[in-house]
Design a protein around this ligand. Structure first.
Ligand SMILES: [Zn+2]
Length: 95
């Protein structure tokens, strides 16, 4: 196999992959987790990316990375899924 035929072979693979991908576009949206505005504490240092959920923060929470002060903010996070499902009500007995 010379170089040109290898390139054509790879090119045909790419084109095939793209065609297959076209059919799957619509199914992606349903898998997205629902984002909810969540109260967080973020590091006041703009260069520091650290943040914690307010519900997990302690009093006088400091940045876990740079030990600096943290400020309250809102972040859009995936909704925390509660594993407990509401139990279906038992049908009332007729007797
Ligand atoms: Zn920090």
């Amino acid at each position: 196999m010379n170089t040109v035929s290898v390139i054509y072979f790879l090119l045909s693979l790419v084109l095939l992959a793209e065609r297959k991908g076209c059919n799957k576009v619509t199914t992606m949206e349903e898998e997205k987790p629902q984002l909810m505005p969540t109260k967080i504490l973020k590091c006041r240092n703009a260069d520091c990316k650290a943040w914690v959920r307010e519900e997990f923060a302690v009093a006088d929470q400091v940045c876990p990375l740079c030990k600096g002060p943290m400020i309250r903010s809102i972040k859009h996070l995936a909704k925390v899924q509660n594993k407990v499902k509401p139990k279906p009500r038992k049908p009332k007995s007729e007797f």
